[in-house]
Design a protein around this ligand. Structure first.
Ligand code: PMV
Length: 318
């Protein structure tokens, strides 16, 4: 078999992170930063080898893999259970996503790996199966993942996700000139720690906490409408409000405040934490003609800055 390649996107949460844990819908979107996986079966023996541009090279089967590759090992085992054999392969993974920054790099890697490894069996697995296998692998990395990351990486576009109720696609009509600028604070954070901090504050606030969650729910409804109508100015303001709510729940940091304020001052429509907070990344919605300005300002303080777009395609073959 000659080499075949697939790719899968990372994601951002545009609205509703944390509130989603308690049943508020969240909006997530596929971004232009992707993970590419290429597979060949010409490896000899019964081994599966993974070579990653981020982590290096490792035998994942039958040897015990290093921890970064344990999610791939899980997927290989699930293929073995489903097809009754394990096909030898070498899979090369190239990711343009930062790791552990809330951009869904592990899910995108799992999705790309699953689809690529399927090709070693001579099949294109149906998307729901790819998503399910990647979800199983995500459980090893995240413990109790919500399922947003593998879903959006498989299907692409923009989704409304409600815990326990799955997801629906959202209509998004933003012009090509609108870009998403992502700034990585470089501060490592734990999603688990951030989630428990927010839940503890909600409990402590009682009725006030419930009211903040009601505001978050109303905000998501307004954002769905703004995405459909391409009301970019309103979307930007809603991002600012969403950031304010996350700040109120305790997951901002001075470094993250600096980033969002820099983005806004440099001309973004709006800016907010994306994902868990307490570090990680912020996102800003920016028009083409202001991107340079925003990137320049963020680059002075961020560990890394990316220019991309939302509502990108999901899993792609080729
Ligand atoms: O791990 P991150 O940064 O993508 O954040 C996860 C989003 C939360 O809403 C904070 C947690 C969750 O499980 O939905």
């Amino acid at each position: 078999m000659s080499e075949y390649c697939v790719s899968a996107p990372g994601k951002v949460i545009l609205f509703g992170e944390h509130f989603v844990v308690e049943g508020v819908p969240a909006i997530a979107s596929a971004i232009g930063l992707r993970v590419r996986a290429c597979v060949t079966t010409e490896v000899g023996g019964d081994r599966v080898i993974v070579e990653s541009n981020v982590f290096g090279k490792a035998e994942v089967y039958p040897a015990k893999p290093p921890s970064w590759a344990s999610q791939f090992r899980r997927i290989i085992e699930l293929f073995g259970e489903r097809f009754g054999e394990i096909v030898a392969a070498k899979i090369t993974i190239e990711s343009s996503l930062p790791v552990g920054a809330g951009l869904g790099s592990s899910a995108a890697s799992a999705v790309a790996f699953t689809a690529a490894y399927g090709l070693a069996y001579g099949i294109r697995l149906p998307l729901p199966e790819v998503s399910q296998l990647a979800f199983e692998a995500e459980k090893l990395v995240h413990g109790k993942p919500s399922g947003i990351d593998n879903t959006i990486s498989c299907y692409g576009g923009t989704i409304l996700y409600t815990r326990g109720r799955g997801f629906e696609h959202l209509d998004v009509n933003l012009p090509q000139t609108v870009k998403l600028v992502i700034a990585d604070s470089g501060i490592q954070r734990s999603t688990k720690q951030a989630v428990s901090l927010v839940l503890a504050r909600k409990r402590k606030l009682g009725k006030l906490g419930d009211m903040i969650y009601d505001v978050a729910r109303e905000l998501v409804h307004k954002a769905i409408d703004a995405l459909r109508r391409a009301d970019i100015e309103l979307l930007g303001e809603l991002m600012d409000v969403n950031h304010g709510l996350l700040n109120a729940m305790g997951v901002s940091l001075p470094e993250l405040e600096t980033l969002v304020h820099r983005a806004r001052r440099a001309g973004a429509y709006g800016a907010k934490i994306t994902g868990a907070g307490l570090g990680g990344t912020i996102i800003a919605l920016v028009d083409d003609d202001r991107v340079d300005n925003v990137v320049r300002s963020l680059s002075e303080v961020a560990a890394k800055v990316f220019i991309t777009s939302i509502n990108g395609p999901g899993l792609k073959y080729g």
